[in-house]
Structures are given as C-alpha cells and as structure tokens.
Design a protein around this ligand. Structure first.
Ligand code: UGA
Length: 437
C-alpha cells in the first residue's frame, strides 16, 4: 500500500521505517529540514536499538522516502498522523497544535476513500473534532484513531509485533470501510495472531490515556509501598516479588526506584486529568494527582538519601551519577528523573559528574551547568558517592571489588534496586537501595 507518515519524531520515524519493513511504499513527512536530511541519510534523530540498522536495510530503503513537502502525501491511501503532543507550557493540558497543523496541511491532498489515521496521544474528543473538520473538505475520507503503545528502547519490535491493535472508527463498527484498509496495512502482524479491537473514536483515544495512567499508577503504587517499607525497615523488592506472583497483580512495572519519567507517562497523566476536568469528570481522576505527587517525591527522597549517605552534607562532595536517560536503551532525557536528581544535587552544593552511554549530548543541552564524563571509569574516579539512577546493563554489571579501588569513599545509592546489595556490602561499600533496609 502507499502510506504517508506525517511527523518523523520518535513515533513517526519508527512507524515509517517499520511500515516500509512490512513492504509498504512509505513517505515520511516532517517540517524539520534537519531531521528529514538525517533520515534520508539513514541517521535517526535519536538513539533507538535496531532502528538505524533497519533504516539502512536495502529492503526498507527501496520503499521509504523522506520529505518536507506535504504534497507528496497525495496518492497515499493511508496517512498516519504521528506528531508530538507535549505538555502545554505552565499547564497540565496537552498541546495539540501540531496535530491540528498536520491535519490542516494534509487537507488539500486528501482524496475520496483516504484514511487519516491518528497515532498521536490526544485528549479524548480530538478525533471527533478532526473528523468534522476533514468532512468539510473531503467528505469521503475516513478518520481512524489507532493509538500506539510502543516503548522507547523496544520501539521496532513493539511496532512490528504489538500486543494489540485498536482501531477507533466513527461508528465503532467492524463493518466500517476503514477497518478492511487498516487490516491490509497490518496484514503481517495480524496474520501472526496480534489481536485487534474495533471501537468508536472516543474509546480508542481513552484506551491510550488509560493504559499509560495504569502503568504510572502501578509504578507509583510500588513507590508508595517503598515509602512504607523505608519507615519500617522492610524490603520493597521482596514485597514486589511476592505480590507479583499473584497473576492478577503481575510483577511487571513493580520496580520501585526513582520513579517514572520520559516524554509520555508524566505528561499523559497530566493531560488526562486536564481533559477530565474539561469534561466535568475531574473527580474520577483526582487519584492521578497523587500518582504524580508520589512520583515527584521519589526525586526529593533520593537527594535526602544521598545527603545521609554523605554523612549529612552534600557540600563539596564529589557525586557521580550513573545514567542520565529516563530509562536504559534510550538517549531521551525528557523529564528524566536521573537528570533532575543530578541537577538538585548540584544545587545543594555537590560536585556532580554525570555519565551515560548514550544520553550525554541531550543531557548537556538540557542542563549545561552539570559536568559530563562519557567514560565510566573516569567518571567514578575519586567519587565520594555513586548514584545508580538509570539501570543500563553496564552499570548493573559493575564489579564492586574492582571499583572500590577507584573511588574516594565506597558509598553507593542504588536508585533502581538492581545491584546485589550483599555483594556490594561484602566488597566494602556502604549500600543504600530505595525501600530496602
Ligand atoms: C510508555 C509506555 O510504557 C508505552 O506503552 C507507551 O506507548 C509510551 O509510554 C508512550 O505513550 O508513547 P516509555 O515512555 O517508552 O513507554 O517507557 P516505559 O518503559 O513505560 O518507562 C517509563 C518510566 O517508568 C521510565 O522512567 C522507567 O524507568 C520507569 N519505570 C518503569 C519504573 O520506575 N518502574 C517500573 O517498574 C517500570
């Protein structure tokens, strides 16, 4: 099929590449010349495992072009809208100006029977509004909301083999003509058994907000348990293992630590609360305010623990922060808890060195005042305390016996509860985890 993908950021660049991989003829469109130039040359504008290789794979390059010219969307049967919906400055609500602009720019090129497929995370009601707008120009085009559930760091696999597809169509009916067209787009994953649900527009939009809210709630739940564990000297990692064995609860997303960050969960729960408020359903989501508050409290807690670990004062202490990205296998530092903790430590007088395998360039743009060191051995040299804040494999595998020789004082704060506490203590380290004795 001929497909256009509008917006070549995280979501769009991955989606365009994966659709080409599925054998479709794809044009990726973005207003950012630099991004398009990079993609044309096989360079994604961010780090995502497998993506660069796929982008340069002959089977993909034959099917994939990138452009800043929206006119090239003309002739595609399906137009995926993949632009960003960041948090509005100074407000909880999502900024959907990019979605509106993308659709407005696409309108003149829509033909009868075309599908406009929204993948961006939007406030419920957006699809309905766009549907009415598009109908004025091209009454025979269809609007589908087809939320994306990919995780950064696993984006290619999540796009080609997703857990499920959700198609939100105007009448919520299996017989809607858009369903068969989208089935053709996703023929390969559907054939391998991926379930798909057809809903109305609003339900599809809500599925995405609800899924991310649930994930955020799960993380904040276990972090709240970590607070209680800390108060009583219990171990939240054992607690998570034990409750996670109940398959109604499940162990995934029950890792207590410094909390969630990134470009999705924090802004999505806030946008969801804001939208519920507009709809007069704000009471239904007031619990998300608590989810957000628990999450932000983790960052303050880690700074307090770091101070404790440094005998009550951070002033002049050399603190090495391992990890800047909001999660491993990503160079994304948007709302990264690791980086926000590093900045707090610096404000409180610590001499902070941040290291990360991939995210230092982005981190330096966000917090130019911090000191960055790409080499782990150099970063830990003469440190008074190490803080493991993003659980890259390389940090999980650090050898406490070898490392004890390099640091000034063997103190470690395990912000993700991934180190073997007994082993580190045996090697002479003062070890602190989160929610652990
Ligand atoms: C999240 C969702 O998981 C995806 O399904 C969704 O498609 C995506 O947002 C989106 O809306 O685009 P992502 O932001 O890539 O994906 O990252 P997650 O894997 O969800 O992690 C989010 C944060 O939670 C990270 O900072 C991670 O370190 C933290 N986390 C995760 C925990 O603190 N504990 C856990 O047990 C799991």
């Amino acid at each position: 099929m001929r497909i256009s993908v509008i917006g070549c950021g995280y979501l769009g660049a991955v989606h365009a590449t994966c659709m080409a991989r599925l054998g479709h003829e794809v044009v990726g469109i973005d207003v950012d010349e630099q991004k398009i130039e990079g993609l044309r040359n096989g360079r994604p504008p961010f780090y995502e495992p497998e993506l660069e290789q796929l982008l340069n794979d002959g089977a993909v390059t034959d099917n994939l072009t990138f452009t800043t010219d929206m006119a090239l969307a003309s002739g595609s049967d399906v137009h995926f809208v993949c632009v960003g919906t960041p948090q509005k400055q100074g407000e909880n609500a999502a900024d959907i100006t990019h979605v509106d602009a993308a659709v407005a720019a696409l309108l003149p090129f829509l033909a009868a029977g075309d599908l406009v497929v929204g993948k961006s995370t939007v406030p419920v009601g957006t699809a309905g509004r766009l549907c009415a707008l598009i109908a004025l120009q091209q009454p025979e085009a269809h609007v589908v909301w087809n939320p994306e559930f990919l995780r950064e760091g696993h984006a290619v696999a999540d796009t080609i083999h997703p857990d499920r597809f959700v198609y939100g169509v105007k009448d919520g009916s299996e017989d809607h003509p858009a369903v068969a067209i989208l089935d053709e787009v996703y023929a390969a994953p559907l054939a391998s058994g991926t379930p798909r649900l057809v809903t109305d527009h609003a339900t599809a939009e809500l599925v995405k907000s609800a899924a991310n809210s649930f994930l955020a709630t799960k993380i904040s739940f276990i972090n709240a348990m970590a607070e209680v564990c800390e108060a009583v000297g219990a171990d939240v990692t054992q607690l998570a293992d034990a409750i996670g064995m109940d398959d109604r609860i499940g162990r995934k997303f029950l890792n207590a630590g410094i909390g969630f960050g990134g470009g999705c969960l924090p802004k999505d729960i806030r946008a969801f609360m804001a939208r519920a408020g507009e709809l007069g359903a704000d009471q239904a989501l007031t619990f998300l305010r608590e989810v957000d508050a628990i999450n932000m409290r983790r960052r303050t807690r880690v700074v307090e623990l770091a101070r404790d670990l440094c005998n009550g004062s951070l002033l002049g202490k050399r603190v090495t922060v391992l990890g800047a990205a909001f999660k491993p296998e990503s160079d994304d530092v948007r709302d990264s808890p690791a980086l926000s903790i590093a900045a707090q430590l610096q404000l409180q007088g610590a001499v902070v060195t941040v290291t990360d395998p991939k995210a230092l360039a982005n981190a330096a743009r966000r917090f130019p005042e911090l000191h960055y060191e790409p080499d782990t051995s150099a970063a830990v040299e003469r440190a008074d305390a190490l803080l493991l804040l993003t659980e890259w494999q390389e940090y999980r595998e650090l050898d406490p016996y070898a490392l004890v020789e390099s640091v000034s004082s063997p103190r470690v704060l395990d912000g993700r509860n991934v180190l073997d506490a007994a082993k580190w203590r045996a090697a002479g380290w003062a070890y602190r985890g989160l929610g652990r004795p």
